[in-house]
Design a binder for this molecule. Structure first.
Ligand SMILES: [Zn+2]
Length: 115
């Protein structure tokens, strides 16, 4: 279950990272910045955006149909799943402790009986 929660890194090492800056292909200024979470029309997308106001060149790196609302919903559900997993682990640990304590008591009673 935990393996499912860990996001696998399948991206190449040459992939742009948040905050990377390059020359703008449109205006030529070194003002084109990459972010994985630019918002265009309610969608959160990884993109290069030129910071020079008259230019505002945009290049979406990978199209995604996930809206900001849907993305936050997925994060919320993932958080709920993490919490549920933690709760299950806690309950299992508590049950194991109770079984161990019962076993100790049973063993202690048996030892007392044979004294
Ligand atoms: Zn530009």
């Amino acid at each position: 279950m935990k393996a499912r929660l860990l996001r696998q890194e399948r991206r190449s090492g040459t992939r742009p990272a948040n905050g990377d800056v390059r020359a703008c292909p449109d205006c030529g200024q070194p003002t084109c910045e990459f972010s994985e979470r630019f918002r265009f029309d309610g969608n959160v997308v990884p993109a290069w955006v030129c910071g020079v106001p008259p230019c505002r060149y945009r290049e979406v790196v990978r199209h995604t149909s996930v809206t900001a609302v849907a993305a936050s919903g997925m994060l919320r559900r993932a958080a709920i799943e993490v919490q549920a997993g933690a709760r299950r682990t806690m309950l299992k640990a508590r049950a194991q402790t109770e079984r161990s304590q019962r076993h100790i008591e049973t063993t202690r009673a048996a030892v007392e009986k044979h004294k």
